[in-house]
Ligand binder design. Structure first.
Ligand code: GLY
Length: 461
């Protein structure tokens, strides 16, 4: 964890920014996989980690604005627990390391909240995403399940987003670690891929590295010869000559900062001419988008510029046609690029997504598009120093979508459906890096991971 001062300053600022009442930050609990005691891998809530850093189940943090006091609620281990888990530092000792001196049994939270509510004090909470915490909030605060999101505190959400969006130097150092572990996962997979091997073997290599470095994966591994399926978590295929392998995976460090990289490589040692064409169009869009990044620019504009650049490349191959500015404005490019250019990243791979993308990725000035494709952009607002984001353009050939659009005659002025028929089984290419916005420009985080055709082929050979 960072120093006691870091967490104390974060909580002091949060109390000041929210301005009144009780701020309740619920930690996560263990979740049973197939019965209660056989649990999934534990992942603490990221807001709780950011302000309290205590990486264990069964805790809640309270910031009392008027009393200027922070409290951790949780139960110390009993001797029976210790027989199974071994001795652990007490919650009180751990809380002291992050500057919290008051620790109370978890059940005291009920009376604490009831007293606060009886005095008419606002109780601020974030939108819950786990069912046990939904039940808890419902029972504690009497809010119907269906209203928990709308009753979440907008002032708390905005105050958290304001802090977590700007990564400090010590956070950036952690994120570099996350990206470097993620890079090692990709290099190992790109070295190991070969016709006849299974995707699951590659996914195992990637996960093994993440775990071996003391952390885990930051999100379910996307790794597939069917890269045209954007979030493909199925790893049952055997790789064949002539295919592309798309890997989108990243590490969650022991401090729970995420990396999120994507690389696409041929299953053979070299790209085919056609694979190289598409790969270079995506690479050009990725590199030029990164080169343009600086504070003040909206990420919506960067997204649209990348879409136009890929549309130009597709036109040069005869797959798109017509006025490409109009094509992108109307959303025709989304046949090939049906997702956003990127998102914030930090403690979460989609950073702070639990708080609501309208607060994290958009502003009064930049509203979310309603167009298919562009609507999936998670970050549209103006960039600021300290933001860390992903840049991840891609081109995909999705047979089902091609067939549907063709049968509807959709964007027939911009898409050359006859030529496209021949590309149906191509798959997909995505290339992704994680980038910090600096005072005047940007910096790609982590050590370079082979990315040009020449670099990838050199690694493959
Ligand atoms: N890398 C997975 C995602 O951005 O959703």
């Amino acid at each position: 964890m960072f120093s006691k001062e870091t967490y104390t300053q974060r909580r002091n600022r949060l109390r000041k920014d929210v301005g009144n009442g009780i701020i309740l930050l619920l930690g996560n609990n263990e979740v049973g996989m197939n019965y209660k005691a056989n649990t999934y891998h534990f992942r603490q809530d990221s807001n709780f980690l950011y302000f309290f850093a205590l990486d264990q189940a069964g805790l809640a943090g309270v910031l009392d604005v008027e009393e200027n006091e922070d409290i951790v609620f949780g139960d110390e281990l009993t001797m029976e627990d210790i027989v199974w888990t071994g001795p652990q530092p007490t919650i009180a000792d751990r809380a002291a390391q992050v500057g919290v001196s008051k620790v109370l049994p978890f059940n005291d939270l009920l009376n604490f909240l009831k007293n606060a509510a009886a005095k008419g004090r606002p109780i601020h909470f974030t939108p819950p995403y786990r069912h046990d915490n939904m039940i808890f909030l419902h029972e504690m605060l009497g809010i119907p399940f269906g209203q928990l999101n709308e009753k979440a505190s907008v002032s708390l959400i905005k105050a958290i987003v304001a802090q977590r969006s700007h990564k400090s130097e010590e956070e950036i150092a952690e994120m570099e670690k996350a990206v470097n572990i993620s890079g090692a996962m990709h290099v190992a997979v790109m070295k190991a891929a070969a016709p006849g091997k299974k995707e699951s073997e590659m996914a195992g290599i990637a996960q093994g590295i993440a775990k071996g470095m003391g952390g885990d994966i930051a999100y379910g591994i996307i790794l597939s010869v069917n890269g045209q399926t954007l979030h493909n978590h199925y790893h049952g295929n055997t790789m064949k000559s002539g295919q592309l392998l798309l890997g989108d995976h990243g590490a969650d460090t022991p401090m729970h900062y995420a990396g999120d990289l994507t690389r696409t490589c041929p299953v053979d040692k070299k790209f085919t001419a056609r694979q190289k064409d598409i790969y270079n169009i995506v690479l050009d869009a990725e590199v030029s988008a990164i080169e343009s990044l600086k504070p003040g620019l909206t990420y919506m504009d960067v997204h649209l510029a990348a879409a136009r650049r890929m549309a130009e490349g597709l036109k040069s191959l005869g797959l798109m046609k017509g006025d490409l500015n109009a094509a992108v404005e109307q959303g025709a490019h989304a046949l090939f690029f049906p997702h956003g250019l990127g998102h914030m990243i930090g403690l979460d791979v989609h950073d702070m997504e639990d708080l609501g993308e309208q607060y994290v990725g958009y502003s009064d000035d930049v509203q979310r598009s309603k167009l298919f494709g562009t609507a999936y952009l998670r970050l549209g607002r103006a960039l600021e120093p300290g933001f860390v984001l992903t840049v991840e353009p891609g081109i995909y050939f999705i047979p089902e979508l091609i067939d549907q659009w063709r049968s509807e005659g959709k964007f027939a002025d911009f898409i050359n459906y006859d030529k496209l028929y021949d590309w149906r089984s191509f798959g997909g290419v995505r290339i992704e890096d994680n980038v910090l916005i600096t005072e005047n420009s940007h910096r790609i985080l982590g050590n370079p991971v082979p990315k040009t055709v020449e670099e990838v082929e050199a690694l493959r050979s």
